[in-house]
Design a binder for this molecule. Sequence first.
Ligand code: NAD
Ligand code: UDP
Length: 317
Amino acid sequence: MGSYKTYRNLVTGGAGFLGSHLVDRLMEKGEEVICLDNYITGCKENINQWIGNSRFELIRHDVTVPIQLEVDRIWHLACPASPIHYQYNPIKTAKTSFLGTYNMLGMARRVGARLLLASTSEVYGDPEVHPQPETYKGSVNPIGIRSCYDEGKRIAETLCFDYLRMHSTEIRVIRIFNTYGPKMLPNDGRVVSNFIVQALRGEPLTIYGDGSQTRSFCYVDDLIEGMVRLMNGNHNGPINIGDPKEFTILELAEMIKERINPKLELIRKPLPSDDPMQRKPMIKLAQEELNWEPKVRLEEGLDPTIEWFRKIISRNS
Ligand code: NAD
Ligand code: UDP
């Protein structure tokens, strides 16, 4: 029988969209998991199935406040990710990124844990280089409405590499590009969930600007696979994980309409300031270092996502 080492894992933001998928993955592997969350954008239902399992613990806590836990691995995901949520209280978002990461790195150093930071493609801002390789240093507005998040994640990455240089703390930095899938909240505000929820309710789809801006959408299962490979491997990052297939927002709207109701209208809303015009990851490093690439095409990943929202909406109505 192969010897598989099980770890005691801390997942911050474990009740959120990505965090809860990661918790599922670790629990299914037979590992121990402490899920820490303040529920600002997460919900208990996402991790309900594990409550009562002896390998699972749930802690209501805010990462801006120090905490001491004996763990081997820290998956640091706590931070609101949707623009409407992180802009709701931008000072809190900046505190979560800086103080939260600082507290988790301090804990990692004290207990000798390996820490993975969930960073973002937003560190590239509104990119002038396309597609974006990890070596691109970004084009970020330091004083705009997205800055609390973009600059917050940039300083969080800085802290990780300074802990590595000063204290040899084991770090892993993943730059996540737009990810979608089941367990997103209906009021999440990001484009995939907005369009699906609007379409299921028979409402017009809200296109910000002229819809020519692009994004690349990664299915959640692929993303979690990349994250786990990074944590388990030797490359400390930063590393892009995302789907390199690029779509305009109008193309996405058409795909969702086609699946739910082709007759729906599109309505225009103003483009929020600093909204990046294009985004697409270069994933050569992930292919080489992690032997990773996305498997689920947007055409396939939309169906289970739509089914998830259909269930949630019919239950709530
Ligand atoms: P989410 O909002 O669904 O989850 C974030 C979780 O963190 C929530 O459960 C929330 O309650 C918790 N949280 C927030 N602030 C906290 C605090 N101060 N203390 C404790 N818990 C706190 O978002 P998500 O999509 O699951 O994103 C998870 C991580 O991945 C975030 O760090 C985000 O920046 C990063 N990321 C996500 C995407 C994406 O497309 N989903 C893209 C890039 C980066
Ligand atoms: N967007 C849109 N309609 C919506 C929500 C978002 O047109 O109802 C656009 C938004 O302006 C952006 C893109 O979709 O250009 C992706 O937005 P999201 O908030 O999902 O993520 P991010 O901008 O952080 O990549």
